[in-house]
Design a protein around this ligand. Structure first.
Ligand code: ASP
Ligand code: MG
Length: 421
């Protein structure tokens, strides 16, 4: 049994849904659990619905939702024939659930409504895809993942209850493979013990695939993407970027930590724990080898470059030279915890601490204000953080050619450069 995960780009048009259907059909003999994201930019569109609803702009919310409905209804017409009525009814049931809510007034938290509304993107796309597969005579069944993946009620960032989820996978998913070749379900979403929908954080569908793989002891997970493989850098910025056919779990965790948008960072641990390989493959050309990620150490890797733009450097300077003691550092870290902001890079000097953060305007302003009780605070914005793993001098030289380096940190494997552009 294998897990396939298809992202929003692999199902964002009629052609692409058909292509995804073909990939699934050709491999259905191996028993597949298919995890899908919402189509294309549906999640962003649903976020706009939530914002309008929560701002009290009910008409806007309904109007925006109408557009999302239309695009799915159109696709279902083209993708199904014999099963069209069933497929359309299934979509309409989901629509009703959301519209009910949109007619109410918000009385609970933003995050709560976010999850109740945004979760439908994955319900729509998975239902579409499954009905198309059935129409094509694949022996497939649709499963509402909210009956399977249990989380706490930390809306927008639900923590998975592994015990409950493991049990429900054993009882409700495993037996389905006796009857069906393909199970189609949703990434990114789950539900609480009170049947409220939850989400696992943006881009969380990769993580869902890993949860299923871990609990079903799958043979492998394949993430189907619109790239040939995991690359050593963003080819739009670095034309010399190359494909990397093999990476270790550790390497991928490191890359994700430094900001590479390869795979959702939570994905690796559940796979590493059960030694399940993760394959990244191109849905545009499945014959390409892609990337295999597993427990083996990768042979010599090229310099891997990750860039994070929109960074802010904050210097916290002790007002009375007291930085050498532990207390001020501890106070600062408490502040970071309270504001829920963590530095991407930090460096001590005798009387100051330099930290680089993603420039989340509100949090940064609050941090600067709160810290100014204890420290002199200086701020520089519009910086970029360049991380190079497996660096060499030549690569670094090219990267900083027309830039000023304001902070640098090196270990044997990794160099990080904070630069002014
Ligand atoms: N649809 C969700 C998002 O866009 C989850 C995912 O794509 O993995 O964030
Ligand atoms: Mg996505």
């Amino acid at each position: 049994m294998k897990i396939y995960k298809f992202g929003g780009a692999s199902i964002n048009s009629l052609e692409r849904i058909k292509n995804t259907g073909n990939i699934i059909q050709q491999n259905a003999g191996q028993k597949l659990l298919v995890v899908v994201s919402a189509m294309g930019k549906t999640t962003n569109a649903l976020e706009s619905v939530v914002n309008a609803f929560f701002d009290g702009r009910k008409e806007d919310a309904l109007h925006l939702f109408e557009q999302i409905k239309e695009s799915h209804l159109t696709l279902v017409k083209f993708l199904t024939n014999v099963h069209w009525q069933h497929a359309e009814n299934q979509l309409k049931d989901f629509f009703t659930e959301i519209e009910w809510l949109l007619h109410d007034n918000p009385v609970r938290s933003y995050d709560y409504y976010y999850d109740q509304i945004v979760c439908c993107g994955e319900l729509f796309s998975s239902s579409l895809l499954c009905n198309y597969l059935v129409e094509q005579k694949t022996n497939a069944i649709w499963v509402d993942v909210r009956d399977i993946i249990r989380t706490d009620n930390n809306f927008r960032d639900g923590s998975v209850d592994w015990n409950f989820t493991g049990k429900s996978i054993g009882e409700n998913i495993r037996p389905l493979f006796d009857k069906y070749d393909v199970i189609v379900t949703q990434g990114f979403i789950g539900s609480t013990d009170e049947n409220e929908s939850t989400t696992l954080g943006r881009e969380g569908s990769d993580y869902t695939a890993a949860i299923f793989a871990n609990l079903l002891q799958a043979e492998s997970v394949t993430i189907w993407k619109d790239v040939e493989a995991v690359m050593s850098a963003d080819p739009k910025l670095f034309p010399a970027a190359v494909n990397m056919p093999h990476l270790s779990y550790t390497e991928v965790i490191e890359m994700a930590y430094y900001g590479a948008q390869v795979i959702h960072p939570k994905t690796i641990k559940p796979l590493q724990n059960k030694n399940i390989p993760l394959l990244v493959k191109s849905f545009l050309d499945p014959t390409l080898e892609g990337t295999v990620i597993d427990g083996k150490t990768a042979k010599k890797l090229p310099p891997v470059i990750v860039i994070k733009n929109n960074q802010v450097l904050i210097q916290f300077k002790s007002k009375d030279f007291s930085f050498v003691e532990d207390k001020p550092a501890e106070q600062l870290h408490n502040l970071f915890d309270n504001i829920k902001i963590s530095p991407n890079l930090s460096q001590n000097t005798a009387i100051s601490l330099l930290c680089c953060f993603d420039n989340k305007e509100e949090k940064v302003a609050q941090l600067a204000a709160d810290a100014s009780d204890i420290f002199d605070v200086e701020l520089e914005k519009n910086l970029s953080l360049i991380t190079v793993r497996h660096y060499d001098q030549q690569t670094i030289g090219q990267l900083i050619l027309d830039k000023v380096v304001v902070l640098e940190q090196k270990t044997i494997n990794t160099v990080q450069l904070l630069v002014r552009n």
